[in-house]
Design a protein around this ligand. Structure first.
Ligand code: NAD
Length: 471
């Protein structure tokens, strides 16, 4: 692939720069994006249908991450001395994070700037060149970012190739040094299988089925507002959006009433709180989930199949939906929220964790220590307490999931290291006091080394008691 060949040459120049030089280029790019953000927001709006305000918010978040990656790469990745330890006391030791080379980034359409830049910015800041394949639904947004790069930096360190899945597959086969894929778990599996053939490492940022847990002591107004924002915002097309809500039974009717009052008053539209569904096929998935939930005995609280008026889907709130319905097991990716009652927070945790996805979750409770304990028990890559998506705007925090939500991390120090190769270097700094790493080693030296080894590591060893063995 021509773009990868060009990127490989540009990568040599880019990797050879000092951190501060790369930082200057990245900050130039950032300034161009920020200065022309209205223009970029218009492109996002045309391609995805999201309101201009949401597009601007997305750009603001993405730029915050770009700025952080540019400013922190040196601190996180630069060479550092490490202790060599007793066994290798004769060696000096240092660790350095080197660039991988060329990173292939494959992006989705729902946040066509924020999501891919989570990989692109951190990969560039770590000293790699990038070939970015945006979603076939948002090619002009991708091209806009590359053209802003050309204006700011010039060298083809960031390039964009457009096309559908076939273009993505070609990029995976093009001999890049790592693939950063964001999209559905199903495509993630295909991408990973292709990467396996060449042992190309891969980051998978997959979908989600995020749960919100509402404790009886929660601020119900705040929880309902957050459920509406997390569930309906961006027409529900958010990987870490709220799709399931588990509410303690004593406050369940009250919470439902407050969420319903918000949902009933939402009118999607170009200037509305959210816009059209970006991809027509997604409307069918949403319809399928709503129909299945109702057919299995779920209750309509706000809207239902009649809320689906393509290209818009009005908010849908369903209650008491069986846990095995597709609306609870699969990613809906539409402005629908299912709210189910639970008898305890333990039950809420167990239901939240029963999903094959594990991207993020939110917990509403007045008791922060208890909420933190719940967060630790959740099988997710992120959790927000008394807010939704709180982590998205904190560049220092890594982002990624478990299970069908994928693996690997973008953002934060972990995101920079994800696109780096740790290189360990040692150097002989003095004559070894006990040279055991030699074919001609003196047996007396090995004896002494073994004595010291046992003193250090075997002292205090207790044979397991008879009782223990029988247990
Ligand atoms: P998708 O899986 O259909 O496509 C994602 C990208 O993969 C597109 O660019 C597509 O062209 C490309 N692609 C398709 N087939 C390919 C192949 N065989 N080889 C290589 N590339 C291929 O996903 P989508 O519908 O564009 O995006 C929505 C999904 O993305 C949702 O599941 C959402 O939750 C997820 N998502 C996850 C995150 C995250 O950070 N975890 C962020 C945003 C979106």
């Amino acid at each position: 692939m021509q773009a990868v060949l060009k990127a490989r040459q540009a990568a040599v120049w880019w990797a050879g720069l000092e951190f501060r030089e790369r930082r200057a280029h990245l900050l130039n790019w950032k300034r161009v994006i920020a200065a022309r953000s209205d223009e970029l927001a218009a492109v996002i709006h045309e391609e995805t249908g999201k309101p201009i305000g949401d597009a601007l918010l997305e750009i603001m978040l993405a730029v915050e991450h770009l700025d952080w990656a540019a400013r922190n790469a040196s601190r996180v990745l630069r060479r550092r001395r490490v202790r060599s330890g007793l066994l290798a006391a004769d060696q000096g030791a240092a660790l350095e994070y080197r660039p991988l080379g060329v990173i292939g980034v494959i992006g989705p359409w729902n946040y066509p700037v924020y999501t891919p830049l989570g990989s692109v910015s951190y990969a560039l800041a770590a000293g790699n060149a990038v070939v970015f394949k945006p979603s076939e639904h948002t090619p002009r947004t991708g091209e806009w970012l590359a053209s802003a790069w050309r204006d700011a930096v010039g060298h083809p360190v960031l390039q964009v190739v457009t096309g559908d899945g076939a273009a993505g597959a070609a990029l995976v086969e093009a001999g890049v040094d790592k693939i950063a894929f964001t999209g559905s778990a199903a495509t993630g599996r295909t991408v990973m299988a292709a990467c396996a053939r060449s042992l190309t490492p891969v980051v998978i940022e997959g979908g989600g089925k995020d749960a919100m847990i509402v404790a009886a002591d929660a601020d119900l107004d705040a929880a309902a507002k957050a459920a509406a924002f997390g569930g309906f915002g961006n027409a529900g097309q958010t990987c870490a959006g709220v799709e399931r809500v588990y509410v303690e039974r004593s406050v369940y009717p009250d919470f439902l009433a407050r969420l319903a009052a918000i949902a009933e008053n939402i009118q999607p539209g170009d200037d509305g709180p959210y816009g059209r569904m970006t991809v027509p096929a997604q409307v069918d998935i949403v319809r399928g989930h709503v129909d299945d939930a109702l057919a299995r005995g779920g209750k309509k609280v706000v809207g239902g199949p009649e809320s689906i008026k393509p290209p818009y889907v009005f908010p849908v709130v369903l209650a008491e939906v069986p846990e095995d319905s597709s609306a609870m097991t699969d990613e809906t990716f539409g402005p629908t929220v299912v709210v189910n009652p639970v008898d305890s927070l333990d039950e809420a945790v167990s239901l939240a964790n029963s999903s094959r996805y594990g991207l993020a979750a939110s917990i509403f409770s007045a008791d922060r220590p208890r909420a933190l304990t719940i967060a630790r028990r959740l099988r997710t890559g992120a959790a927000s307490i008394n807010s939704v998506l709180g982590f998205a705007g904190v560049p220092a925090l890594p982002f990624g999931g478990v299970g069908d939500s994928g693996f690997g991390r973008v953002h934060g120090a972990d995101g920079l290291r994800e696109f780096s190769r740790p290189q360990s270097v040692t150097w002989r700094r003095l004559k070894a006091p006990m040279d055991v790493m030699s074919l001609s080693r003196d047996p007396a030296v090995l004896d002494r080394a073994v004595r010291i080894f046992k003193m250090r590591h075997a002292r205090g060893a207790m044979p397991r008691s008879q009782d223990h063995r029988d247990a």
